[in-house]
Design a protein around this ligand. Structure first.
Ligand SMILES: NC(=O)c1ccc[n+]([C@@H]2O[C@H](COP(=O)([O-])OP(=O)(O)OC[C@H]3O[C@@H](n4cnc5c(N)ncnc54)[C@H](OP(=O)(O)O)[C@@H]3O)[C@@H](O)[C@H]2O)c1
Length: 334
């Protein structure tokens, strides 16, 4: 990577003028869309419009937050820059049907995940700055950290620099959503996309859920009550995740009992054996080629919203037991 990799930039190093002087349309008002819009406005970006589809349930929330809501074609014709914060799988259709035919010449495109650019789902014309401004983490956390005077760690990349100012716009955008308080690093669209997809597939979501489900079933098969099995294999994940986030893996090991540490060290290498390596290699090959991306976008565009998978999950005992437990602990199903 570049020298800049080890040297993050901070708000004090960054001129916010490129984003403040911009007519900015934010497409989507979900987790990231809402947080970005509120933070950008608080950072002095005066001209923001929220672009939503006709039937959007988010319109009420955006208007209640004091934003003007427009259609996607209206936004495309008005904005100097579009921050595309809609679901990645919808980017191709949004771009081709609602933005490209109406697009103001020279308009910049900003994304906070490299997916649709890296996999060539969107091909902006040569007059566009194409920028990645990724605040790493869930959208809600962008706003929560900003309100504490902080931000999520930021990564920027430039895919196309038509204006010669794309880097400055990326940095200004990230600083305005708080990332400049904790550090902004350069990346590439490829690096951010591959890393994000791999991390969520094999650890944060797929890996964690697979371990939770299989371990719950194994404990129950050993005669342990479902309630106890749920607590030990699902409910307590948060405490360990919080420890790792705050203190690192070594710090987590130091914070837990020696019995837990000794037992974990016996099994770590067994879990990370040849079968895990095979699964990881396969996931990486699907991500590095466009196989995963193509399959997902085709599934979405065919109208499959994973309804059957979600219903099947809801019917699992692990879910019923978890809901009962949350009712007991928190007084309401979370
Ligand atoms: N950098 C990071 O670490 C990070 C982390 C998480 C997410 N992200 C990225 O942030 C972006 C948004 O994610 P999110 O978590 O904010 O998603 P989200 O909460 O699910 O919100 C998605 C938004 O997209 C809109 N949308 C979906 N399909 C659409 C369509 N066909 N036409 C128009 N609008 C449509 C939804 O509109 P309605 O309100 O009308 O339903 C909603 O407002 C994605 O690119 C995602 O990869 C980045």
């Amino acid at each position: 990577m570049t020298d800049e990799m080890d040297e993050p930039l901070y708000t004090r190093d960054i001129d916010l003028a490129p984003i403040r002087s911009c007519r900015l349309a934010i497409v989507g008002y979900g987790n990231h869309g809402r947080s970005h819009a509120l933070c950008l406005r608080d950072s002095g970006v005066a001209h923001i419009r929220i672009a939503l589809r006709e039937t959007s349930p988010s319109r009420i929330k955006a208007e209640a937050d004091g934003f003007e809501v427009v259609s996607l074609p209206e936004a495309a014709a008005w904005a100097d820059a579009i921050s595309l914060l809609a679901a990645d799988e919808a980017h191709r259709l949004i771009w081709e049907e609602a933005i490209l035919p109406h697009r103001k010449p020279g308009q910049a495109l900003i994304v906070c995940h490299g997916f649709s650019i890296h996999y060539d789902l969107i091909r902006p014309p040569a007059d566009a700055d194409v920028i990645l401004a990724a605040a790493k983490g869930p959208g809600g956390a962008v706003r929560e950290e900003f309100e504490k005077g902080r931000g999520l760690i930021g990564f920027w990349a430039v895919h196309q620099d038509a204006s010669g100012q794309a880097r400055e716009l990326a940095l200004a955008y990230l600083a305005a959503i708080g990332s400049g308080e904790v550090g902004i690093f350069p990346t590439s669209f490829r690096e951010e996309t591959v890393s994000d997809l791999f991390g969520e597939q094999v650890v944060l979501v797929g890996g964690m859920v697979a371990l939770a489900k299989a371990s719950f079933e194994r404990l129950v098969a050993a005669g342990v009550s479902e309630r106890m099995a749920y607590i030990d294999c699902v409910h307590e994940i948060k405490y360990l995740a919080d420890l790792i986030q705050a203190r690192g893996i070594a710090g987590m090991y130091e914070a837990i009992s020696d019995t837990a540490e000794f037992g974990a060290r016996q099994i770590e290498d067994k879990i990370a054996g040849p079968e895990l390596k095979r699964v990881f290699d396969e996931a990486m090959a699907d991500i590095e080629s466009d196989r995963f991306a193509r399959k997902w976008v085709e599934t979405y565009e065919a109208g499959d919203a994973m309804v059957a998978d979600r219903a099947a999950d809801r019917a699992l005992r692990i879910e019923t037991v978890g809901a009962e437990l949350r009712d007991r602990i928190y007084g309401a199903t979370k």
